[in-house]
Ligand binder design. Structure first.
Ligand code: FAD
Length: 479
């Protein structure tokens, strides 16, 4: 099969998957008013391959058949592949009007992580299976979600010590050709609108916890899988002013596995508990860099919105607002610079022959991004003023009796007319003062791993001996 179109991708989602939202079963995820936002955002991953300007970056030749396939599936077995992927993800975000389409990057980050770890393990069966799976997804142009985070129960205890044995997903049965798994994975971005689920462990395991050390792939509509989605936002809301480019975003799901059968050719790790943490770590090494890359267009866009609202309010040149601008620029450009440093210094992951962005730099970038985002939002909220939350809605704007008042009073500094200023305020409300904005703030902290995950990687990767040696040298201490 060649590269699919967006319509073919959507048609593939009408497969009787068991998805719920607001307590109702969803008959067609492409038509649900909330999930549709995610489907339309994800569809950009399929539009890209057909866009003339992007083909060079988004499409490559299948090394065996010569057919066009998505570049996401490329094996990063040379250092420059890391920079190419940076450009691919960034271009995808600009193309998708500010959001990451998300249904090919996380899955291929897991494929790359598993490829590296199975090589390090030296397990030829697993190496072949993950390689076959990579090309199966590439040749069928499939979309994927990454299912890593378990529901965990008591965080102070490991999988084997929980009150409920299924708090971490586990193998409950095994035959010659398949395994059977039960458990739940939480917060799964794009879960309701992908073809495939890629499941890996979320943490380290100890002896006796082998059943929890399992990695596999499975179609999202497999019997025994149920998803509950949390509504995010919908296009047909009554508040916001329409814009030529619709808002983009994603929907997460809580995914239950109830005695789900997985064929062994799709199992990439089974009971090797010593490697569970390494799989999670390898995925993070690949995925954290994806995360910081896709934040860049969002930060640029939000910085621009903050500057425009200052102009609309006539405060763009005041010293207090310029201070805010400086902080916003510093934040956005430092995140960009750290991301660039990460891809400029790629590393061979564990001598596997697969290249990742520099782990110290990419974790610094993610930590910097997540640690300062709330202040960045605060600065935009400060510049915009109270209208951010009290602004009249689009319904009011369209009302015959109200419209003249709004025309007269909502004009601001005069460089934008009342409609333009309200449209700007409306978009800012969405970005920094809505339910979605709250989601975004939490996503910034926890999505792609919370602060502790980045700090652990910083400790693991920082050249601490080098720092100490430098100090010892100056002091004349024995090195
Ligand atoms: C919008 C969004 C999208 C996401 N998308 C995905 C996805 O697509 N796929 C996926 O697999 N996951 C996804 N995640 C999950 C994300 O990776 C997790 O939320 C994150 O790793 C934190 O895990 P948690 O939510 O269980 O919080 P917790 O682990 O409960 O963390 C809460 C706090 O407790 C601390 N803590 C937890 N355990 C310990 C401990 N043992 N000792 C000390 N402190 C501890 C943490 O450091 C943190 O400060 C997403 C999350 C969000 C918010």
């Amino acid at each position: 099969m060649a590269l699919r179109t967006a319509e073919e991708y959507k048609a593939g989602l009408r497969d009787n998957r068991n998805v719920f939202i607001l307590g109702q079963k969803v008959p067609d995820v492409t038509e649900d008013p909330y999930i549709k936002v995610g489907v339309e955002t994800a569809a950009f991953d399929f539009l890209m391959g057909h866009d003339e300007k992007l083909q060079e970056i988004a499409v490559m030749k299948d090394p065996e058949t010569g057919e066009p396939i998505s570049t996401y599936f490329e094996i990063p077995d040379y250092p420059e592949a890391v920079g190419k992927r940076h450009e691919l993800i960034k271009s995808a975000c600009y193309f998708a009007e500010g959001a990451l389409p998300f249904v090919k990057d996380v899955g291929t980050d897991i494929i790359n992580g598993l490829t590296a770890v199975t090589k390090i393990m030296g397990n030829e069966d697993y190496i072949k299976r993950i390689n076959d799976y990579r090309w199966h997804c590439a040749r069928n142009d499939l979309s994927m979600a990454g299912l890593v985070t378990d529901v965990k129960g008591d965080r102070s205890k490991g999988p084997g010590d929980q009150k409920t044995p299924d708090y971490y997903l586990r193998v409950v049965d095994e035959t010659e050709n398949e395994i059977v798994v039960s458990g739940a994975k939480a917060h799964i971005t794009a879960g309701p609108y992908v073809d495939e689920f890629m499941v890996i462990p979320t943490r380290n395991m100890k002896e006796g916890e082998g059943d929890y050390a399992v990695a596999f792939a499975i179609p999202a509509n497999t019997k025994g899988i149920t998803q509950i989605c949390r509504p995010n936002f919908r296009y047909d809301d009554k508040y916001h002013f329409p814009t030529p480019k619709p808002k983009r975003g994603h929907v997460e799901s809580l995914v239950f596995f109830d005695n789900v059968k997985v064929p062994k050719e799709r199992v990439f790790m089974l009971r090797e508990w010593q490697f569970a943490q390494y799989v999670a770590y390898a995925f993070s090494a690949f995925h954290r860099y994806t995360a910081v890359t896709y934040k860049i267009p969002i930060l640029e866009y939000m910085t621009g919105l903050g500057m425009l609202v200052a102009e609309a309010n006539g405060v763009a040149k005041t010293s207090n607002v310029r201070e805010r601008f400086i902080d916003m620029i510093k934040y956005t450009e430092t995140t960009k610079a750290l991301a660039m440093a990460a891809y400029s210094n790629p590393e061979d992951f564990g001598n596997s022959g697969l290249y990742v962005a520099n782990r110290l730099n990419s974790n610094m970038a993610k930590l910097h991004f997540a640690s300062n985002f709330h202040e960045f939002v605060r600065d935009i909220q400060d510049i915009a003023g109270g209208l951010l939350v009290t602004q009249p809605t689009y319904q009011d704007w369209k009302h015959e009796e109200l419209h003249p008042y709004l025309e007269k009073y909502m004009g601001g500094a005069g460089n934008y007319n009342a409609e333009e200023r309200l449209k700007l305020m409306s978009m800012l409300h969405h970005m920094v003062a809505s339910d979605f904005a709250g989601w975004h703030e939490v996503c910034t902290i926890h999505g792609e791993g919370s602060f502790a995950a980045q700090k652990m990687m910083l400790f693991a990767e920082a050249p601490m001996d080098m720092y100490k040696d430098k100090a010892k040298e100056v002091l004349g201490l024995n090195v």
